[in-house]
Ligand binder design. Sequence first.
Ligand SMILES: [Zn+2]
Length: 169
Amino acid sequence: MAKHLFSPWRSEYIEEFNKPKSKKCLFCTLASDKLEDRKNLVIYRGEHCYVVMNKFPYNSGHLMIVPYKHTAKLTKLTENEFTEIMNLTVRCSEALTTLYKPHGFNFGANIGRVAGAGIEKHIHFHLVPRWNGDVNFMPVLSDVKVVSQSIQKIADSLQKVLCNTKGTV
Ligand SMILES: [Zn+2]
């Protein structure tokens, strides 16, 4: 019977809840760490939110649009914040299209751990460019060295193009 009580997932679960509370939220750190934008891959700062490249991308060019406000809830975001999030999403998709001509995009947020949020306490929106057949290339991205070199290049190029887009709002 004892072996049924052994649940490896449970210890992970408890560890998650016992993390030191003083550990600062990554998205708040990126928001305040203005002098390190290039290193942090923050490519744009707006009035209410910023755009950062995902260091662990689902796909090349994976961006996140993040409100400065630390909240886990959609209901805590204001109309102005939503407007800028959508405006920046449009501008980012334009910039990605100009540079890399993706065939499509995934856009959305994982709200809550159960939905797959890596950092659940600070809401953020993913914009992932997609190319026909790109699923076949995903294993290539596991070569971290290649990704980290190319990701800085992509960030620099995107930043340039993004500053020239106006958006629709
Ligand atoms: Zn935060």
